[in-house]
Design a protein around this ligand. Structure first.
Ligand SMILES: Nc1nc2c(c(=O)[nH]1)N[C@H]1C(S)=C(S)[C@@H](COP(=O)(O)OP(=O)(O)OC[C@H]3O[C@@H](n4cnc5c(N)ncnc54)[C@H](O)[C@@H]3O)O[C@H]1N2
Ligand code: MOO
Ligand SMILES: [Mg+2]
Length: 411
């Protein structure tokens, strides 16, 4: 197939993303929302802090009462009470008095400043203050200093990590609207495939792809159902597929999409209206995408070569899963690194070569790992990045800067 007949990587990705919608949102208890995207803009119902409180253990005072305190001319104040965190304490502090106050405890009205213990004799009945605060309000955390009631605290699409869950709890939210993890069904096609742990004939190979794809889906945040192996028979493939559709938000198949006589996926799904075609990339040239079954479940039919499956997942499936979860489609930063040696690339195809990225203070460098063959899963596992060579580039010199995408576990 001449490269002019191929669909571009970006066109297919955009077509897929235009077809995929976020899954419906539902309210989720905070801890179970970890790692999911917020499906709402959350505004604070309270301010943080919600009352003026002390940042130090010490004495609540009026600034003017202690402003002159020095080591040589300390100020003496009667201690009229004590306020710990969680205790409403004194209602009002009269001029010329002090109240013991603990970190986080509410400031009594009338007091505007806190003198830490270290600047005093820690007196119980009377306190001797031998250092003056620099300003009124020192060691006091005023209402709304951090967050004001009504502020946007988490915006829609934010992937909820520890910081966000901590903040949501801090403003009193017990639940947050999220989108569910997509349920991804994974089918490997190929009569040559065997399950790991089973005996291998001279003409059979182990099914690596369903593990690769299930792990990649799980890493993306999805729930992966690894169905296993389906032989190269259209009727059996369609039967296995229809059995699985009830529990699928997405289906991924591997194998059977190229030009071969037993390319079962293409044969079975083309009549169903699934699109099959060549994409201007290597690995991952033969691709298919469409919808199947009564519920029109999105299906990605990835090529069978293991590296092709991996790259196709990263380029097409991952952005789609992220959109379903209400996340921005791209997750990887595109890094730039200096190439340690020259490389060549096929014209008209975007090539994803395996590389080893080394980051150093003087800048990052990247070296190709292994060859460009789509079957080289050993090298795929050893690499830590993909070097992306654009369609119009056929050679890159040593020392030139290239785009690099980190592998799944590396970011
Ligand atoms: N005449 C042509 N032949 C091929 C072309 C082409 O354009 N013209 N394209 C090649 C490219 S590029 C790719 S990629 C592959 C895609 O093949 P299929 O998607 O049809 O996959 P299969 O034929 O079933 O298998 C290809 C290869 O991968 C191995 N495989 C399959 N499934 C698994 C699995 N689950 N685990 C591990 N390995 C798997 C399979 O044994 C084959 O070696 O087509 C080229 N051919
Ligand atoms: O596109 Mo295939 O994935 O080159 O081997
Ligand atoms: Mg084939």
């Amino acid at each position: 197939m001449p490269t002019s007949d191929l669909t571009s990587v970006d066109d297919l990705r955009e077509r897929i993303l235009a077809d995929i919608e976020p899954l419906p949102a539902y309210p989720q208890a905070l801890m179970d929302a970890f790692g999911l995207a917020s499906a709402e803009d959350v505004h604070a119902d309270v301010s943080l802090p919600s009352f003026d409180n002390s940042s130090h253990d010490g004495y609540a005072v009026r600034f003017e009462d202690v402003a002159s305190a020095t080591e040589d001319a300390p100020v003496h104040l009667p201690v009229v009470g004590e306020i710990a965190a969680g205790q409403a304490g004194l209602l009002a502090l009269s001029p010329g008095t002090a109240a013991k106050i603990m970190t986080g405890a509410p400031m009594p009205t009338g007091a505007d400043t806190v003198v830490p213990y270290e600047w005093t004799d820690r007196g119980v009945v009377r306190v001797v203050v031998s250092q003056a605060p620099a300003r009124k309000g020192e060691h006091v955390r005023p209402v709304g200093d951090d967050v004001r009631s009504g502020d946007l605290v988490v915006s829609e699409g934010t992937v909820l990590g520890s910081r966000h869950l901590g903040l949501l709890a801090a403003v009193g939210r017990a639940t947050v609207a999220v989108r569910p993890r997509p349920r991804v069904v994974i089918l490997s096609t190929g009569s040559e495939l065997r399950d790991p742990g089973q005996p291998l004939g001279h003409d059979s190979i182990y099914d690596g792809n369903s593990y690769l794809l299930a792990a990649a889906a799980r890493r993306a945040g999805a729930i992966a159902y690894r169905v296993g192996i389906v032989p190269d028979e259209p009727a059996k493939f369609l039967e296995a597929l229809s059995d699985q559709l009830v529990r699928a938000d997405v289906v991924i198949t591997s194998g059977g999409v190229s030009q071969g006589d037993y390319d079962v996926v293409k044969e079975a799904l083309r009549p169903e209206g699934v699109w099959f075609g060549g994409v201007a990339m290597q690995p991952g040239k033969p691709q298919g995408y469409g919808r199947v079954g009564e519920d029109r479940i999105p299906i990605f039919t990835l090529p069978g070569n293991p590296v092709s499956s991996y790259v196709s997942f990263q380029v097409f499936v991952l952005p789609a899963l992220r959109r379903m979860m209400g996340m921005r489609p791209e997750v990887r930063p595109v890094l730039r690194a200096r190439l340690t040696g020259p490389l060549t690339s096929r014209p008209g195809l975007r090539q994803f070569l395996r590389g080893e990225l080394v980051t150093a203070s003087g800048g990052s460098s990247v070296s190709p790992v292994g060859g460009s063959g789509s079957h080289l899963i050993g090298d795929l596992a050893n690499a830590n990045c993909l070097i992306v060579v654009p369609e119009d580039t056929t050679s890159v010199e040593a020392g030139a800067t290239v785009d690099v995408l980190l592998m799944d576990e590396e970011f």
